[in-house]
Write a protein that binds this ligand. Structure first.
Ligand SMILES: [Zn+2]
Length: 261
């Protein structure tokens, strides 16, 4: 929002990405911890899978191919309420997609999107759709949805972090196992060639872009200082890497994907 289309095109070209259209992949996380099967974010969901002929909403089919039954998921954690993160919480016919799972969401995120009084009078069509979608999905899921605060253990070994800005309650997670840690950053950055490389650039999907930039710089300074591994929902597969400082921004160093752990 604060750069010219030419600057954006140049940043994409420098990273060897096409400039039109911009492709963003979606990578939810599945992890096992203390015998629990945990999912973090859910993609666009089955309805989008049908509407797009399988271009979007692939998570449920990929989950099954990977050998997991949605009915055996114990807990779903949500970073924020945009369609690509909560759409997969419900099936195409409007039922809970993880029927036996607890659903945990950021309390501030729930409070914002479930109250249409928070919608500006001149809200864009996309904003109005976000409010309507949140009410529809969480209407289906009902009162059993759990709301978490920052710095809470939301699953065994998984702690929430406030990274507000992209949305009012946007949250990230730290997953810890022994001395290893990975930050699940959600959408602190969407496209890495734009917002990791240029943390001061503002995305049009950020509800509060200034706060989003502050959250991004604070988190990335910590990731660099502690040499932490970071997962980005929209980073290229396998969506995991480290960050180094470069010029006035950062660079994503993807991990080597190893299919034989
Ligand atoms: Zn997203």
């Amino acid at each position: 929002m604060n750069r010219s289309p030419e600057d954006v095109a140049q940043a994409l070209q420098q990273a060897f990405f096409p400039t039109d259209p911009i492709t963003l992949t979606f990578t939810p996380v599945v992890l096992k911890s203390s015998g629990k099967l945990i999912v973090i974010d859910t993609g666009l969901g089955e309805a989008a899978f049908k509407q797009s002929n399988g271009v979007g909403g692939q998570f449920h089919t990929n989950l099954a191919v990977a050998g997991y039954d949605a009915g055996s998921v114990d807990r779903v954690l949500i970073t924020h309420f945009h369609a690509d993160h909560i759409g997969g919480l419900v099936t195409a016919d409007g039922k809970p997609a993880f029927p036996k799972s607890e659903i945990w969401v950021p309390a501030a995120e729930y409070a914002f999107w479930m109250n249409s009084g928070n919608m500006a009078p001149d809200a864009s069509e996309a904003m109005v759709a976000n409010f309507e979608r949140a009410r529809r999905i969480f209407g289906i899921l009902g009162d059993s949805v759990k709301k978490f605060a920052p710095e809470m253990e939301v699953a065994p070994g998984v702690t929430s972090m406030a990274t507000h800005g992209h949305t009012p309650g946007h949250s990230s997670f730290i997953v810890a196992s022994g001395s290893d840690k990975v930050i699940i950053q959600g959408d602190v950055t969407t496209h890495p060639a734009l917002f990791i490389r240029h943390p001061g650039w503002h995305g049009f999907t950020d509800v509060d872009p200034v706060m989003a930039e502050q959250s991004r710089r604070k988190l990335y300074d910590r990731i660099v200082a502690e040499r932490l591994l970071v997962h980005g929902f929209h980073f290229p597969f396998p969506s995991l890497g480290h960050l180094t400082r470069e010029d006035d921004g950062y660079r994503l160093m993807p991990i080597m994907w190893n299919p034989a752990p």
